[in-house]
Design a protein around this ligand. Sequence first.
Ligand SMILES: C[S@@+](CC[C@H](N)C(=O)[O-])C[C@H]1O[C@@H](n2cnc3c(N)ncnc32)[C@H](O)[C@@H]1O
Length: 516
Amino acid sequence: MVNKLILGDNFEILKTLETESVDLIYLDPPFFSNRNYEVIWGDEGEVRSFQDRWAGGIDHYIAWLKERVIEMHRALKPTGSIFLHCDWHASHYIKVELLATLFKKNNFQNEIIWSYKRYTAISKKFQNLHDTIFWYTKGSAYIFNEDREEYGENSGKMDSHYKQDEDGRWYRWQKRKNQEPYKIYLSEGKRVGDVWDIPIINSSSKERIGYPTQKPMALLERIIKCASNKGDLILDPFVGGGTTLAVADKLDRKWIGIDQSVQAVKVTELRLNQQTDLFTSIYANSYTLQLHKYDYDVLRSKDAFEFERWIIGQFGGAPHSKKGGDAGVDGAAADGAPVQVKRTESVGVNVVKNFSVSAKQFDKARFDKSVKAGKPVGYIIAFSFGKGAVQEAARLKNQENIIIELVPVDTIIPVSKKPSIKLEVNELSRDASGIREIELIASGQSEAGIEFYSWDFDYNSENGFKAGVMIDRSGYQTAKFKAGLHAVAVKVVDNDGLENIETIKLKVNGTVERTV
Ligand SMILES: C[S@@+](CC[C@H](N)C(=O)[O-])C[C@H]1O[C@@H](n2cnc3c(N)ncnc32)[C@H](O)[C@@H]1O
């Protein structure tokens, strides 16, 4: 199975997952009535969906989540686990009205308290300093890899259960059902409890990617290590900044991630690429990215045979397996009629003329039957059709009752052109040691609207784009450069998730020169 990152409403996508195929699900859905979340969130789709859905209060929220968790339960393997991350806003409703009804009572394993430090405004109550994670399993046989945490050698002094042996090592007696007590040493660590002290991602965290609601990798590491094994399939239906996928990838698990926000999916993509080391291929697990729209240029430049096979599949047909040799018939449509694919624009009159001949040669009986019944004798798929082709198809239909359907690619799949991007460079200042401060202004254009920019100030085409600044909504950066040659790349992402990249070489010397 190939890892998958999918843009879309998880409800629709969850329905397409195979039953009993997933080993572990971690979900961190948007919280009920978390007002800040709406404000921080810049993504219009997200703000809208939040307001629409939860105007009706907690019942609406639970109903919204429940229909999704039903699909997750279906997709879980009998040995699978689900970890649902929430907080005081909705945790009790979620446990009673949702999890306890969908999962059997005995399959509740833990209510995990994720405890963290942060400083909130003074108010007339205690600070809220924890989130809740419910762990349920689908059945009674499930994966649990015990985790132990350090218990310093000296803690024995403080804990009256511990004694010192003749070598001065601290131990205590541990009883097990129907077994003699045995010695357990402090150095073996202690079993991890259900309260986890893990720092939140604050403004100076190294792993911070600038995504609101980003969860720490240490939290996901514990969940994934304890409740899955290498090679297992992990699902995160609310991907956000991609923490689960980044950790799953590092721990050699397979994954599927879904998010309805373009920004979330694209930031996750940048994050995964950032941790991909092409030279050592440590985390270079490949994945497919599914957006709402396909990039026109990418489709046009695809290998012709690969494109043929793929588009016939999208059209609901079956491609022929061998290259060429079929006299212009590349596959069969869902109704069995021949299909020809042209990976070009403005297909001309001769293509239609020739195809009417090849369709007939290919299967004469079927051709004659279709003509008689007034059904299509075949289909031509292309990016667009010239006037001559359209007229010829009309003439064949009107004069000979031969119907050849001309099918533009964008009626099969949504296609869009990638955004364009321009980059302006100006020197702002220079200091005595020769360091220049440079202003970089990126401007993107897209019919869909620009979502954000990302920057790589030390671009190396062999390593690929590694974002130094991941989310920049303005397209404006200043950076300092020493004398020498530098490569800078900026990526622009539009609201369809399509992207473009501009790279420049900067020669920083007496002056700043932009070289092509
Ligand atoms: C709390 S964030 C997840 C944060 C993530 N755990 C991380 O570490 O970055 C919730 C995410 O759910 C996404 N979301 C909300 N409703 C969704 C839906 N119906 N389908 C898919 N994603 C959705 C939002 O776009 C948002 O990115």
